[in-house]
Write a protein that binds this ligand. Structure first.
Ligand code: ZN
Length: 289
């Protein structure tokens, strides 16, 4: 009895983690619960032509969702991978759960796919060699997915919530963890756990001088068992300038590597060039950075 309850609890906690990175929004077209307060989060890629970098109001962190494109411009897309591990999951890692996905990284290298990995500081501490290898390979860049993977709003898929006064320190602690691991290709971009944010969070993070990166294409790779379905969903959603959210966490996104082997050749066939988030943001800003 106790065992099944524990098992159920463990399963819900795992769901909360991965769903928090975009899984639940699959096909709903509705904002995620915690993202309601934000003006941008939760859209699932309606054919918006307008620039997607929200110009920051005074004192707020800017938010980027998708690059604007002009007719005839090169077709680019950013594949992003959230390397999720929550601050209190160390014990599960010790028991053998794998929050990493070295096969995925190998495949991205083999297919030569420039990619952005949104890593939690806790992940970098658990897998320092991998964090260093990713963060010293010019094919990749590491962006910040918080240290703790706690929520930056009061309600976000059941994630524990981080206090407003601790938000900036949590983000900076992740940058410290990347540095400590020896990662060098670290960029000033931040993805809110679960994509959940509001103006208070944007204000709290302003001194950290990061740009928040959302997404317009949900891959649905969290807990997926059918790689073809994931590939199909991505291919149906991508348009020029898209940001696709996927995961680099084997235990809870087990078919991502397989899906990538379908997605990448097909996108290239369709004339897309895969780029890092920093390339999309730079383009959006007119090459000013
Ligand atoms: Zn995440």
């Amino acid at each position: 009895m106790i065992t099944s309850i524990q098992r159920l609890f463990a399963l819900s906690a795992l769901s909360a983690l991965l769903v928090s990175c975009g899984g639940e929004r699959e096909g709903t077209g509705k904002p995620s619960p915690g993202a309601e307060a934000s003006s941008k989060a939760g859209r699932t890629g309606a054919a918006a032509a307008a620039p997607q970098l929200t110009r920051p109001r005074s004192g707020l962190t800017p938010v980027f969702e998708r690059a604007a494109t002009s007719p005839g411009a090169a077709k680019t897309v950013a594949l992003t991978f959230d390397a999720d591990m929550t601050a209190d999951q160390g014990e599960r890692a010790t028991r053998g759960e794998r929050f990493d996905n070295p096969e995925l990284i190998s495949t991205l290298r083999r297919l030569k796919v420039p990619s952005t990995v949104f890593m939690t500081g806790r992940w970098a501490e658990q897998y320092p060699k991998q964090a260093k290898a990713i963060g010293t390979d010019p094919l990749f860049e590491i962006a910040n997915h918080s240290y703790s993977h706690y929520s930056f709003t009061s309600r976000c898929y059941g994630l524990p919530t981080i206090a407003e006064r601790d938000m900036r320190a949590d983000v900076e602690r992740a940058f410290d963890a990347f540095r400590k691991a020896g990662a060098r290709q670290v960029v000033p971009y931040f993805r809110f756990p679960g994509g959940c944010y509001n103006n208070e969070a944007l204000r709290a993070l302003a001194p950290a001088k990061v740009t928040a990166i959302q997404w317009d294409v949900v891959s649905g790779d969290a807990f997926a068992t059918d790689a073809d379905a994931v590939a199909e969903q991505v291919l149906a959603g991508v348009r020029p300038g898209s940001v696709v959210v996927m995961h680099c966490t084997r235990s809870a996104a087990p078919v991502t590597e397989q899906a990538i082997r379908t997605i990448v050749p097909e996108l290239r066939e369709r004339g897309y060039r895969m780029v890092k988030v920093s390339d999309l943001v730079r383009k959006e800003e007119g090459g000013s950075r």
